[in-house]
Ligand binder design. Structure first.
Ligand code: PHE
Length: 453
């Protein structure tokens, strides 16, 4: 319990790991590598880094301030901090965004479960055409993708109903270290392959000729997605932080862990891909079509190592996805539980049912029912686009405006500095960034996307 009588994470370490677990996910191991592959390698990474530093960290701190100060679910938190009721809509929008994200995210997480199973039973060991056909057949199947997506949401539900301490914190304490170990093993194996340095070079040497106008929006969207910003997730988790937690330091720690995992994921994928001459710019299909070929060809002389690599890789993906889906689920669970005055179990059940429906529709849109598309995109792609490139940046923009201009400065200062006891000198810089830099940058990127500037 924290001072306000609300359940809280038992330890600071647990709080950091759980929140880092939210940040680290398919965004790092799936989205970041394919975007880096498409958008010019190191050049994209540099732009991404600037987005994380200038917008990501201040945005995270802003959400933390709202969540910890209010000590409640996101909708109520936004309403409590600002005078106007309209701000509550931003919290509600965050809850809705997180439901859409959980819906489509569970589909990709479900693909990982299928691929974990397929790797275990040796179903992925055919030539390139076979692997491409395997992905196509699987995603066009009317039952299996939806089945795995629902299974993933049910596993998430099982963790969340056990509560903050016995469910979320315990599972994060176990999964996050496991994830790191898996990642290090895979990076080691990939970097030892002959010709691996070309992949490392691709990741570390910027090629600015590939930087087109959409790269900035991609990098911004990726920063928001990867740091779980603009979905009320950080706000909800911060409501379980203790009063002594240093919010700015925690945000920096999480951004560093998140960046580290993304770079390590790149160091796991690109060296292996380049060593067998496979181009890494195949988009979202990178880890489901390109990588099985990479594993097979790179370890052709040692098939057992290829087998183990493949199993560990899909296990890593599934675990990373789980720590994130848990955090998305908690947003809605806390919301329904507190706003509908029902038990946590019922709140979690409502969240599960709604997200399962979204997930089933997204899963079917990928192949079985092509009619489920919006604006020329499959429902799954559309949900990804809508959340990462519109709803999350809008949520983050509103959060920065709220903290920078509308919440009484005394509250912001007290939360940022823990009542004047830490990081007092940095407070002014933080306030300047959330008042001016973040809103201007986010709006500029939007205008640029709309073709205005
Ligand atoms: N940050 C997660 C990832 O990188 C995704 C996420 C988005 C989690 C929104 C929670 C809320 O995979």
């Amino acid at each position: 319990m924290n001072q306000s009588g609300r359940t809280s994470f038992a330890t600071k370490f647990g709080a950091v790991l759980a929140t880092a677990g939210s940040a680290v996910g398919l965004g790092n191991v799936w989205r970041f590598p394919y975007m880096t592959g498409e958008d010019g390698g190191a050049a994209f990474i540099l732009i991404y880094l600037v987005c994380v530093l200038m917008l990501g960290i201040p945005g995270m701190i802003s959400e933390f301030i709202i969540g910890r100060h209010a000590g409640s679910n996101a909708a109520r938190a936004y309403r409590r901090l600002a005078a106007g009721k309209a701000w509550m809509l931003i919290g509600v929008m965050g809850v809705l965004t997180s439901m859409i994200v959980l819906g489509f995210y569970a589909v990709v997480a479900g693909w990982c479960l299928q691929y974990l199973y397929a790797s275990l039973v040796g179903q992925l060991s055919g030539d390139a055409n076979y692997v491409a056909a395997y992905f196509n057949d699987f995603t066009h199947n009317p039952v299996m993708p939806a089945f795995w997506a629902v299974a993933f949401i049910l596993i998430t539900h099982f963790v969340v109903v056990h509560g903050i301490h016995s469910g979320i914190e315990k599972v994060s304490n176990l999964l996050m270290p496991t994830l790191f170990i898996l990642l290090i093993v895979l990076v080691g194996a990939s970097c030892m392959l002959p010709g691996a340095w070309r992949g490392v070079d691709f990741l570390l040497n910027p090629d600015f000729s590939k930087v087109s106008s959409t790269v900035f929006l991609d990098a911004l969207g990726q920063a928001f997605f990867s740091l779980s910003l603009g979905t009320a997730c950080l706000c909800t988790y911060a409501s379980y932080f203790s009063r002594r937690t240093n919010l700015a330091k925690t945000a920096c720690q999480i951004a560093i862990i998140d960046m580290l995992v993304a770079i390590l994921a790149g160091l796991m994928i690109f060296p292996a891909a380049f060593s067998v001459g496979i181009s890494p710019d195949s988009g979202p299909a990178l880890i489901f079509i390109t990588l099985p070929n990479v594993f097979r060809e790179a370890f052709a002389s040692m098939p057992i190592v290829g087998y183990i690599m493949s199993v560990l890789f899909y296990m890593l993906l599934a675990l990373a996805a789980l720590t994130s889906t848990i955090s998305m689920h908690e947003i809605g669970t806390a919301f329904f539980h507190e706003e509908l005055h029902c038990s946590r179990r019922i709140g979690a059940t409502i969240e599960t049912v709604v997200c399962c429906v979204i997930a089933i529709l997204c899963a079917l849109s990928c192949g079985a029912y092509k009619g489920l598309s919006i604006a020329g995109r499959t429902l799954l792609d559309f949900c990804d686009f809508l959340t990462a490139q519109i709803l999350m940046p809008v949520g983050a923009l509103a959060t920065c405006l709220l903290i920078g201009w509308f919440v009484p400065k005394r509250i912001v200062r007290d939360e940022f500095t823990n009542r004047g006891t830490t990081w007092v000198k940095v407070y002014g810089i933080f306030l300047f960034i959330v008042r001016f830099v973040c809103p201007v940058c986010i709006i500029a990127v939007f205008l640029h996307q709309a073709g205005v500037v």
